[in-house]
Each structure stands twice: as structure tokens, then as C-alpha cells.
Design a protein around this ligand. Structure first.
Ligand SMILES: Cc1cc2nc3c(=O)[nH]c(=O)nc-3n(C[C@H](O)[C@H](O)[C@H](O)COP(=O)(O)OP(=O)(O)OC[C@H]3O[C@@H](n4cnc5c(N)ncnc54)[C@H](O)[C@@H]3O)c2cc1C
Length: 550
């Protein structure tokens, strides 16, 4: 596994923003077969705002695809289609990318089955059109529906079937399903089974699973990807592969390395986990008048070693029985996401997000406890900046037992917590966005002494383009390296040079020390020889004087 990450990562993890093919400069205007497009599609095609006819040829390619098992024309939305904006916006989860200035896709394909995915991949490849794959649309940087050049969206929300087998304690789930739908379908069949994935029910399986995924059961059962046992993917050649036919390396990559660099994941097979019939939840608030620094300090000391004895180990929290509530696991998911008490389980099926805002997220890892003084500084800075919020997720438990090479996600033993930086706002426009994004950057900079270093690690599912953007030009390898280093802890050139530098320095010091020792030895030998000579000389002189006296 060590070999796998170190060998494949730099090149293959470099492109995480979408399946991408360089656009050709000249494309023939019309090709044979145009009359096979139905009238509606033809009208739509004719109104495409395009300097060449890439899209037209692309649609034609789709419609003529031999793979199709269902007609595709009803699933193709061009900008001329009256539902285009509705379809586009249905899964935009960050309003920062829903501005009038945001580049819109040339078209959207709402795939109905695997053959639509295969046709989209093959035609995108043939016509060199950038494809963005969207499942739940929750990417923090909008990478599933935003691009800086002409592109189309392959929308997977229709591919949402979930087959749960309580007998085997497994389930197959398609990537267009949401986490809430998965939790609901499991709960429908068993009140003592669950799945360790994210806390937000509207998050999509496609992005969440392929980027590792964590949730409230992380310390008990590890990450989402630690509980995936099979997958189906359409690769760049349009082949539908499962774990056996794709091989262990590709399977490893799409369970934490981000799916989109490798193909379109159609479904995952998961192991369900056991949950108690009743779980306890609580929320306690502490303010600066209530020694919040002491509580936070103690939390960082004990949180990742928490077991049953938390009362004895964390008295500063002051947890009372009246703070605690008991409920089944599904209700705890709703409780955690702040749905009103008594919300029916079917709330999990809603695809409408509770709120839509402009947002920015960043991440960090804490490896050493932060001192009380340090925490005091952090709280002060947060009060000064007003808006950014920090969330600490405790690691340890099962997370510390799984090898950092088991999956592309490497942040395992040695981590106390992950931090999420969050800032939400309602104002539209670039100026507001820049102002608020800058606040998250200021706080992130301020946190430097308290978090991981060399590399400063980050969580792939908390996509953050401040880390760097690959322009797919001549520097793409170097630009991509930064992802490998921060998200996957692949050793970077800088650290390699640092290693080499310190090795050379060590060798220089050793050489110096050796030289010193040799010189010292020579000096000593010299001194001994001189002393010996002097002694011999003195003996000789004494003998000479004695003999001359006789
Ligand atoms: C409100 C909210 C709450 C969140 N809570 C959590 C949490 O508790 N735990 C956690 O780990 N993360 C959490 N996240 C982050 C979330 O896991 C990631 O943003 C995830 O990538 C979203 O998946 P998606 O399918 O909804 O997003 P999308 O935007 O559709 O996809 C995200 C990325 O994955 C690619 N992709 C999507 N589907 C496929 C596919 N089928 N095959 C290949 N590539 C694909 C996309 O192209 C894009 O690059 C949260 C995000 C939000 C907005």
C-alpha cells in the first residue's frame, strides 16, 4: 500500500477537478448523421452559443451512440431548454457559484442509466469537451458544476437506487443517492444497523464516498471508505468495471482518492455496521464566562481517547443527566443536523437543503495538544474576526488503528482532531465573497503554530482551492503535486530537498568531527613523540654530563 500511494499519487492525483481533455482548435462544422437528431434537439443545438460546433457534434455523438439502452435525447438539456436553469440550480449547494457571472455549462445530461454515462464519457473524449460529474453537488468549491472553460455536466441524481440486505449486512448504493436516502433505506429494514457516513442528509454518495467521508461514527467504525467492499465504475474507455475487473489499485484509488480523476463511479457496495437500539446524544454550551478555554483545553487532551469513563476524565464539561437524550440512531442523525424534535424519519428523504448560502471552507489537522494560552489567543482572534467558525472533530479510536496506507486518506494515528473552518454569508457579489474568504484565510494563517506542519495537511472532502489550482499546462505536474502533498501526504519535492539538505549537513558535520579527531590525535601523538624525544634528549645530556665528569 505504501508503494501504491507513493508511486501513483503524483501523476494520477494531479487532476482532481474533472475528467479533462484538451480542446482541439478546429472541429468540422457539420458531420454526417445530423438528420438523425430529433427536431427539438436540433433547435436546441442551433441556438448553442458556441464559436465552433463542439457541442453540436457532441450531442450528435450521444444520440448515435451504440451503447445506449435507453434513448438519451430527453436527458440532454441545452441552454435553449426552458428547464436548463432549474436543472442546473437544482444541485448547486454553494451560492458563490450561482452568480450571473458564473460560467454556465454548455449542456447538462441527466443520465437515466449506465449507458448514458458510457455514451457521455466516450463522446466527451471523442469531442474533447470537459466533463464535470455531479452527484449531490455539495462540493465546497463547486467543482462538479463550475469550470473555467467550455464544459458539460453529467448529472447523476437519477441514479439513486439502494438495495439493502440485512441478511448479509451489506448494501449496494448508486452514487446519485443522498446520505439521507441511504440512512432511511437501512432504517426501513433494521433499527440496529447504520452506516458511518456524513452528518448532512443531502450530501451525495458520489463525491462523499470517493473523497473518504466521515461522520459521527468515525471513532467507532472509521471512515466511510473503510466500510466499502466493492464498486462499479465507468472508466475512460466507457467500460463498466467492478472491483474484480478494475483491480485493487483502482479500487483503492476511488475509495478516498476522489473518484473524478479515475472515471464515473456508478455505485458502491458497503458493509452495514451495528448500532444500538438506543443512543445518547447531548449538547452543552460553554461561554468565556464559563471557562471555555479550560473546557477546550481538556477536550483536546481527552477527546480522542474517550470511552465510557468520560465523566471522570472530563469533569470540566459539567455534563448532567438532564443534558442527555436517548433516541434511535436515525433520530440522532436528524437531531445532530438540528431538525426539530419528532421530525419523521422520512425527513431524511428530502433533497431540499435546509438553507442555501454562499460559503467557504478550509481544513487543518491538530497533532499536538494546544496550550491554554494558545487557545486563549485563538478565541481572541475569532472574536476579532467575528465571522469564521471552527469545528473540531476528534480522531483516535478506530481511526488510529487503521494504517495510513490502507486507503488514500492518510490522516490516521497521531491526529488529535480535524478542524473545519467555515464561513457562510448571504450577500451576493465578488466583493463580499473576497472579504469573507479573506477572513477564513486570516484565521487559517493565524492557526499555523497550532496545526500540522511539513506538510500542512488538509481533508480532500473539504475542497479548498486556496491550496492550489491545476491549470493543466506545462506546470501541471508541480501544480498537482500540492494536492498529493496536502491531501494525501505524498512526500513533496521540498521535503525531499529538506531531507537531502539535512543529510548533507549531517555528513558535513561528521566529516568535520572526524577531521577534528584526527587532528587532535596527531597533536596528541606529536606531543607524546616530542615529550619522548625531550626525555631521551635529557637522558642523553644527563648521561653525557655524567660521563664527562668522570
Ligand atoms: C452541508 C455539507 C455538509 C457536509 N458534511 C460532511 C460530513 O459530515 N462529512 C464529510 O466527510 N464531508 C462532508 N461534506 C463534504 C462532502 O462530503 C463533499 O463535499 C462531497 O464531495 C460531496 O459529495 P457530492 O456528491 O454531494 O458532491 P458533488 O459536488 O456532486 O461531487 C464532489 C466531487 O466528486 C466528484 N464526483 C461526484 N460524483 C462522482 C462520481 N459518481 N464519480 C466520480 N466522481 C464524482 C465531482 O465531480 C466533484 O469533484 C459536507 C458538505 C456540505 C456542503
Amino acid at each position: 500500500m505504501l508503494r501504491q500511494r507513493h508511486e501513483m499519487s503524483l501523476a494520477e492525483f494531479a487532476v482532481i477537478t474533472g475528467l479533462y481533455w484538451e480542446p482541439e482548435t478546429v472541429i468540422p462544422l457539420y458531420t454526417a448523421g445530423i438528420t438523425e437528431i430529433d427536431d427539438a434537439t436540433l433547435r436546441a443545438c442551433q441556438s448553442l452559443e458556441t464559436s465552433n460546433n463542439v457541442e453540436l457534434n457532441f450531442i450528435q455523438c450521444l444520440i448515435n451512440s451504440t451503447q445506449l439502452t435507453t434513448p438519451i435525447s430527453g436527458s440532454v438539456y441545452t441552454r435553449a431548454n426552458s428547464s436548463f436553469s432549474t436543472v442546473l440550480q437544482a444541485y448547486i449547494r454553494n451560492l458563490r457559484f450561482n452568480e450571473s457571472t458564473t460560467r454556465k455549462p454548455a449542456l447538462i445530461i441527466t443520465a437515466l442509466d449506465v449507458s448514458h454515462v458510457q455514451a457521455s464519457v466516450l463522446c466527451a473524449k471523442e469531442h474533447k469537451l470537459l466533463m464535470k460529474t455531479r452527484s449531490g453537488g455539495h462540493d465546497f468549491e463547486g467543482l462538479s458544476y463550475v469550470a473555467d472553460r467550455n464544459f458539460f455536466i453529467l448529472d447523476l441524481f437519477n441514479l439513486r437506487s439502494i438495495n439493502v440486505s440485512i441478511e448479509d449486512e451489506t448494501a449496494w448504493v448508486q452514487t446519485g443517492a443522498t446520505l439521507g436516502e441511504l440512512y432511511y433505506r437501512i432504517a426501513e429494514k433494521s433499527s440496529t444497523h447504520g452506516f458511518p457516513a456524513g452528518s448532512c442528509p443531502t450530501v451525495g454518495v458520489g463525491g462523499h464516498f470517493s473523497g473518504a467521508g466521515y461522520g459521527n461514527m468515525m471513532r467507532k467504525y472509521g471512515l466511510t471508505v473503510d466500510n466499502i467492499i466493492d464498486a462499479e465504475i465507468v472508466d475512460v474507455n466507457g467500460r463498466l468495471l467492478n472491483r474484480e475487473s478494475m483491480g485493487e489499485e483502482l479500487f483503492w484509488a476511488i475509495t478516498g482518492g476522489g473518484g473524478v480523476s479515475f472515471g464515473v463511479v456508478i455505485s458502491y457496495k458497503i458493509n452495514l455496521v451495528r448500532v444500538p437500539a438506543s443512543v445518547t446524544v447531548f449538547q452543552v454550551r460553554r461561554t468565556s464566562e464559563q471557562n471555555v478555554t479550560d473546557v477546550a483545553y481538556r477536550w483536546l487532551q481527552v477527546s480522542n481517547g474517550f470511552r465510557r469513563e468520560q465523566h471522570e476524565r472530563f469533569p470540566e464539561l459539567g455534563l448532567k443527566p438532564s443534558d442527555c437524550q436517548e433516541m434511535n440512531w436515525t433520530q440522532s442523525v436528524l437531531w445532530y443536523y438540528k431538525f426539530p424534535a419528532g421530525s419523521p424519519d422520512s425527513t431524511l428523504l428530502s433533497r431540499t437543503p435546509r438553507s442555501l448560502v454562499h460559503l467557504k471552507r478550509k481544513s487543518d489537522y491538530v497533532k499536538k495538544p494546544i496550550s491554554k494560552q494558545g487557545l486563549g489567543f485563538i478565541f481572541k482572534k475569532m472574536v476579532e474576526l467575528e465571522r469564521p467558525v471552527l469545528t473540531f472533530n476528534p480522531y483516535g479510536g478506530r481511526m488510529a488503528e487503521i494504517s495510513e496506507f490502507a486507503k488514500p486518506f492518510p490522516h490516521r494515528a497521531g491526529n488529535i482532531a480535524k478542524i473545519q473552518y467555515a464561513l457562510d454569508w448571504n450577500e451576493t457579489g465578488v466583493e463580499a465573497a473576497n472579504r469573507y474568504i479573506n477572513l477564513t484565510r486570516v484565521l487559517h494563517d493565524y492557526m499555523t503554530p497550532f496545526v500540522s506542519k511539513f506538510p500542512r495537511e488538509a481533508f480532500l472532502n473539504y475542497r479548498d482551492l486556496d491550496i492550489g489550482v491545476n491549470h493543466n499546462g506545462k506546470n501541471s505536474f508541480l501544480e498537482g503535486t500540492v494536492y498529493g502533498v496536502k491531501y494525501f501526504k505524498v512526500q513533496d519535492l521540498e521535503s525531499q530537498l529538506q531531507d537531502l539538505g539535512s543529510q548533507l549537513e549531517m555528513e558535513r558535520k561528521l566529516r568535520e568531527e572526524l577531521e577534528q579527531r584526527i587532528k587532535q590525535r596527531l597533536r596528541e601523538q606529536n606531543e607524546i613523540a616530542q615529550e619522548k624525544m625531550q626525555k631521551q634528549m635529557q637522558e642523553f645530556i644527563s648521561k653525557f654530563i655524567a660521563s664527562s665528569n668522570h
